[in-house]
Design a protein around this ligand. Structure first.
Ligand SMILES: [Zn+2]
Length: 245
């Protein structure tokens, strides 16, 4: 790194950006900043960097020059590093606070995403549960057995409200690149997709609500097959269960 008249100030800007300078250093740096555009730019870049680390989504890449400057200041990166830089308690505390803050932010962002996912899953489970309860309370709801070699469960069908719920006990998880797909079977054998689903982790039952575009009276049953992720236009994979109306 080329040393110039800005060097002593440049070295303090990172510490200044995270509040780790003492009063004397702050006064010296601030008076230099008033007269020096290049150091102001440098400070703005550090602030942008710490801000983008704090908000974290999406992370902004620091410029190569800035990254090199930060790397050159890491302990051990430079033999001639000034002791003051390495041992200043203010800087050490500030750097530590910065690292802790960064770790906490990365942690809370990942926590938040996990919670959001969990909340979506719980909301969906709650809704399916409510629908199943409502269906069970209607006298006209039929409860039909599932025909399968390996799966147990039942199929609730309310033809009046054109609503059905497929409930399967311990449905096996599929690899990421596969999905279950539900097919409505017409009397002549035509298949119409009624949606795709994956069993949820940690749930004994998989509940899938089905709202067909046409009335259930147009169909004679449903089938569930294993299809590539995203589903297929027509069934292509193994059929895991079948229900006859
Ligand atoms: Zn300067």
């Amino acid at each position: 790194m080329v040393r110039n008249e800005h060097s002593p100030y440049l070295e303090n800007i990172a510490a200044y950006a995270v509040g780790a300078l003492d009063a004397e250093e702050i006064a010296a740096l601030e008076s230099h900043l008033q007269t020096c555009a290049s150091c102001r730019t440098e400070l703005a870049e550090y602030r942008l960097l710490s801000e983008s680390m704090l908000t974290a989504v999406p992370p902004r890449q620091p410029s190569v020059a800035l990254r090199n400057r930060i790397q050159s200041r890491l302990p051990g990166a430079r033999k001639d590093a000034r002791p003051r830089w390495n041992w200043s308690p203010g800087f050490t505390a500030g750097a530590l606070a910065f690292v802790v803050l960064l770790a906490l932010n990365v942690y809370s962002v990942s926590q938040m995403r996990a919670l959001q996912l969990q909340q979506t899953q719980l909301a969906r489970q709650y809704q399916s549960g409510q629908t199943v309860l409502a269906m069970l309370s209607y006298p006209a709801t039929e409860r039909l057995p599932i025909a399968s070699e390996s799966l147990a469960g039942s199929f609730l069908l309310d033809k009046d409200r054109n609503l059905a719920a497929l409930i399967v006990w311990k449905m096996p998880q599929l690899p990421e690149d596969q999905t279950y797909q539900i097919w409505l079977i017409a009397p002549q054998g035509d298949r119409t997709s009624a949606g795709i689903f994956r069993p949820e982790d940690g749930q004994a039952y998989t509940t899938q609500i089905i709202f067909p575009k046409q009335g259930f009276s147009n169909y004679v049953g449903i089938g569930v097959t294993v299809e590539p992720a995203g589903g297929s236009d027509q069934p292509t994979g193994e059929r895991v269960l079948k229900v006859d109306f």
